[in-house]
Structures are given as C-alpha cells and as structure tokens.
Design a protein around this ligand. Structure first.
Ligand SMILES: [Zn+2]
Length: 288
C-alpha cells in the first residue's frame, strides 16, 4: 500500500517537487518537510533544512523501526511511511471531531474555502474530491493514507503554507499567507492586502473577501459554470490571476458607485492593487 500510493503521488507534478529523493548533503524546503515529519515521528532533530549526519541518523532509525530498507536515503518508500506518521484515521462523510478539524485546516491551507467546523459534511467531501482531483489521486472523497500524504505537503496552519498554483498555464509552487476568513494569497500580496484592509477599516470600509487564491480544481469548476451560463466570466483553468495568488474578489455593495469601490479606486493603488478586469468591480489584482 505504501509503495503503491507513493508511486501514484509521485506521478503528480505537485508531489514530484515536494517529495524528491533526499540524501545527506541535500538542502531546502523538502529537507525541512522531511525533518518535520521525522520530528513528528519522535526523532529529536532540528528542522533547519540541511540534511546532515543528524538527519541521516534519524532517517536510518526511522527506516529500521518501520522495517524498510535501511540506507539513510529518503525515496518513495520512506516518504510513504513518513506521510502516514501523525496523520489521522481514514475519514469519510459523517465523521466528526478533532481529526476532521485537522483535515479541514489542511484543506483550507491548500486553498479550499471550507469551514473548519469538525463536521465532515457534503462541503468537506466536495473539497476532498477537488483536492484529490487536483493532485491526481484516486477521486473517492475518502481521506486515507494517500490523501493524508498529499495533504502532508501542505502546512496545517490555517491559511499558510505552500500550495500548487498556476501562472500563465504553468504549475507553480506558491507560498501563501492568510488574509483572514478562509482565504490566502501569495505571501507578498497577502501582506499588502492586509495593510489595504486595515487602511480601509480605519476609513470605515469593511473589505469582505469572497475569493482569493484558487486551486486548479476550483477554477475548473468556475469555468464550467461560466461556460454553462451559470456563473460570472471565469478565466480558463491555469490562466486566472487567482491561481497565482495575486487576485482577490471583494464584496462590492453598490458596484462602481458604492463607497467601497470609490474608496478602493482612490487608495488601492498605493498598496499595489488595481481593478484590472472591466465589468468586475470586485476583482482586484496585486501588481506590486
Ligand atoms: Zn476575480
């Protein structure tokens, strides 16, 4: 099961970049991810992003404990075993409790807009399905080791971490941060938006976000609705600035003549944001 699910996960572009083969001498965010998983498995090492002798010793101990080939090299088999560490039980619709909250927080960090209410209802199931589809996993709405493993590449912090975005049709790992609610944006855009939001609040304008970063699955669904005549204009999946974490849709009472639009029109540019789609007063993009 472990080797099979790892091989499937490794076939997606997301996991191929987030779970590379690692050995002593490696550095970077994948090593930090490895170290965090080893720590979760009970190995007291520092998560410094450097695969040195200490990390190798922990990998060897982990492999021995799990009955894996003991070589100190982290390949698909070892990633697969690590991805099952500290993850929750198999979850499906109807489940409730803390492990469901953990799941929902990870789905939120992956950019899916759901509530972390601890209840695995239809909304959570749809988010799991969208996540599985986006990651090239078996699409069944059930969260087993494979899905937990793919979610493990995402920070459990609500609204933070690394997500799979798209820029001009190309998949791209994007570091995102929270802008409140269940929404995230690319971290530099999020910092600018949070400043914009604070300035608006000081002026008596409440910026309510309806949509920010979107996964490929979310954009595909919006595009499907648009083509069916059931939704707003939506860019082709892979080509929306929402997928690069740069655009935010803001609730816009009164449209172009409301106080919110007028305040943004006068102030958003100094925070790096412009209203760059005609006919969509709600859509603002960070241009730096
Ligand atoms: Zn938009």
């Amino acid at each position: 099961m472990t080797a099979i699910s790892s091989a499937r996960v490794a076939s997606s572009s997301y996991a191929a970049t987030s779970s590379p083969v690692l050995r002593q001498g490696a550095t970077g965010s994948a090593v930090t991810q490895l170290q965090n998983k080893l720590r979760a498995a009970g190995h007291a090492i520092s998560a410094d992003g450097v695969f040195g002798p200490q990390t190798r010793a922990a990998v060897v101990a982990f492999q021995r404990a799990k009955g894996l080939s003991v070589d100190g090299i982290v390949g698909p088999q070892t990633w697969g075993a690590l991805n099952q560490v500290g993850t929750g039980p198999v979850l499906r619709q109807g489940a409730t409790g803390a492990s469901v909250v953990d799941l929902q927080n990870k789905l939120r960090a992956a950019g899916l807009n759901i509530a972390a209410d601890g209840i695995f209802g239809p909304q959570t199931r749809n988010a799991v399905i969208a996540f599985q589809r986006a990651k090239g996993l078996t699409v069944d709405g059930v969260v087993g080791p494979q899905t937990w493993g793919a979610l493990g590449g995402v920070s459990g912090n609500p609204g933070g971490g690394t997500v799979l975005g798209y820029v001009n049709g190309q998949p791209r790992q994007i570091t995102v941060s929270s802008i409140g609610g269940n929404h995230v944006m690319r971290s530099d855009a999020a910092a600018a938006f949070n400043n914009l939001k604070a300035a608006a609040a000081a002026a008596g304008i409440n910026l309510h976000v309806n949509s920010a970063f979107r996964t490929q699955a979310e954009q595909a669904e919006l595009y499907r609705l648009y083509l069916a005549g059931q939704g707003n204009l939506a860019a082709k999946p892979g080509y929306s600035n929402h997928q690069g974490g740069l655009s935010v849709d803001i609730n816009m009472p009164g449209s172009y003549s409301g106080a919110t639009y007028r305040w943004l029109q006068a102030n958003a540019r100094r925070f790096g944001f412009v209203n760059d789609v005609g006919g969509e007063p709600w859509h603002w993009t960070f241009q730096g």
